[in-house]
Design a protein around this ligand. Structure first.
Ligand SMILES: [Zn+2]
Ligand SMILES: [Zn+2]
Length: 70
């Protein structure tokens, strides 16, 4: 089954990343995807780009990781 990979960031955002066509259709060099697709979850070690201000634009920098709730 083809798989849509999602990444979850530390800030709580989720984003679609790679769409993986399954071997069955890939090997056939098909332009199709399965009618049912699976979802896979990966976890990022950091915040998403939206929640990480650019170095030259930020007015404030926090250092030290925000403690995660126990
Ligand atoms: Zn498939
Ligand atoms: Zn975010």
């Amino acid at each position: 089954m083809c798989t849509q990979v999602w990444v979850s960031y530390r800030c709580g955002c989720r984003a679609k990343t790679e769409f993986k066509q399954c071997d069955r259709l890939y090997d056939r060099q098909s332009n199709l995807q399965c009618s049912q697709t699976a979802a896979a979850e990966t976890e990022s070690r950091n915040y998403c780009s939206y929640h990480l201000p650019k170095e030259d634009k930020a007015t404030w920098e926090y250092t030290g990781r925000v403690a995660s709730k126990p």
